[in-house]
Design a protein. Structure first.
Length: 126
């Protein structure tokens, strides 16, 4: 996996990486705010898909398979202007060709900011 790109640009840091479980943090700062000064919904979705994608990769055979985000949805429950958010991703379905992940994004006070569900496609490498 690459360490550069969107993950680095948004300041996302992986904190826990276990089979079927991933946590990551992201700052709420000039990189992740929308023009009115609140956490950008797209940044929350990027954090959620990052957690799901990294988690999914841990559950496949990288020699013969690859994984890609297939679908993602998010409900933005609460706004945030500064600080850090933490995403906790858990696998809720692990099939042969798909995985479904649930990602809860919370603030430092454990208040729910966003809940997301991400479907990952598992494909055979050619």
């Amino acid at each position: 996996m690459q360490s550069q790109g969107l993950v680095e640009s948004l300041g996302i840091e992986i904190k826990t990486l276990e089979n079927g479980y991933v946590t990551a943090t992201m700052p709420v700062d000039e990189r992740t705010r929308q023009p009115l000064g609140y956490l950008h919904g797209g940044a929350s979705v990027a954090l959620a898909e990052t957690v799901a994608s990294i988690g999914a990769f841990q559950l496949i055979d990288p020699e013969t398979e690859n994984c890609f985000g297939l679908e993602i949805n998010a409900n933005h429950v609460r706004s945030k202007r500064e600080g850090t958010v933490t995403a906790e991703g858990k696998i809720i379905h692990q099939g042969r060709t798909t995985q479904i992940w649930e990602i809860m994004i919370k603030d430092e006070e454990d208040k729910l900011i966003c809940i997301s569900r991400c479907t990952i496609a598992v494909v055979t490498r050619k």
